[in-house]
Design a protein around this ligand. Structure first.
Ligand SMILES: [Zn+2]
Length: 246
């Protein structure tokens, strides 16, 4: 009992000395706020993709599939929020602080994944999905950061939706350091053989939901999707927290 009191007093002192701060605005978190403050949560520029018949992510991938004349069995896609300065600086900051900064924090991605799942739970975005598949990071990047943000988004989604996570089949085959500086055409080339699927027969007749933190040109997701084309009956949907669309 005395130990318990000492421990809670110690934690109270720690909270005064080192208050938890919101990674987006830097403000102190109050008692019932977790990870991100209530104002920043409210300001996330949601896309409302869950309630749209056809959304921008569907149009993007349907366009790319048509343009590249590939036979991906694309089902549907969605992004939770717009990822650009004009629509919401704080959301962008959350993602960037989670990945980069002095202390990359996987819990930001877990939190946002579970938030997205709670808000989309009544939509059909996740219907009949067999497994959640995070877009893999190259092992070198994984070692630097210590975690794959897409995997933490999947954990957040999975805890709410009870859909299993599959990190075994889709693997990254080489690093791609200049991707963020490339133009679209180069990007497409850069990511062409970036991924591989191990034991592809195990994805036969499965509905896979590919998950990443941000969709920009769509080329990374497309590179993953294309690897599924030889697998009989394999269907693909996509989900991201952010969509870098003006
Ligand atoms: Zn905040």
């Amino acid at each position: 009992m005395i130990l318990g009191m000492l421990s809670s007093a110690f934690h109270a002192v720690l909270e005064v000395l080192f208050p938890k701060c919101c990674p987006a605005c830097g403000g102190k978190l109050v008692a019932d706020e977790q990870i991100i403050c209530a104002d920043c949560l409210a300001s996330i520029p949601r896309t409302e993709h869950a309630i749209l018949e056809q959304n921008g992510i569907d149009l993007l991938f349907q366009g790319l599939i048509q343009k590249e004349k590939c036979t991906v069995r694309y089902e549907r896609g969605a992004s939770f929020a717009y990822y650009n300065k004009e629509r919401g600086m704080h959301f962008r900051t959350m993602i960037e602080r989670g990945k980069f900064g002095n202390h990359p924090d996987p819990q930001i991605f877990y939190f946002l994944g579970s938030l997205a799942a709670q808000e989309y739970i009544d939509s059909d975005i996740f219907d009949e999905v067999d497994c959640l598949v995070p877009v893999p990071l190259h092992p070198r990047r994984l070692r630097q950061r210590g975690f794959n943000q897409a995997e933490y988004i999947c954990k957040g989604l999975s805890d709410v939706l009870h859909i299993p996570i599959d990190t075994e089949h889709l693997v990254r085959t080489r690093n791609n350091p200049h991707q963020s500086r490339s133009e679209f055409a180069q990007r497409k080339d850069n990511v062409k053989d970036l991924f591989a699927i191990r034991y592809p027969e195990e994805w036969k007749n499965k509905h896979i939901l590919l998950v990443d933190d941000v969709i920009t040109s769509g080329s990374t997701m497309m590179a993953c999707m294309k690897k599924t084309t030889p697998i009989r009956g394999c269907r693909i949907s996509v989900f991201s927290l952010g969509w870098a669309h003006k």
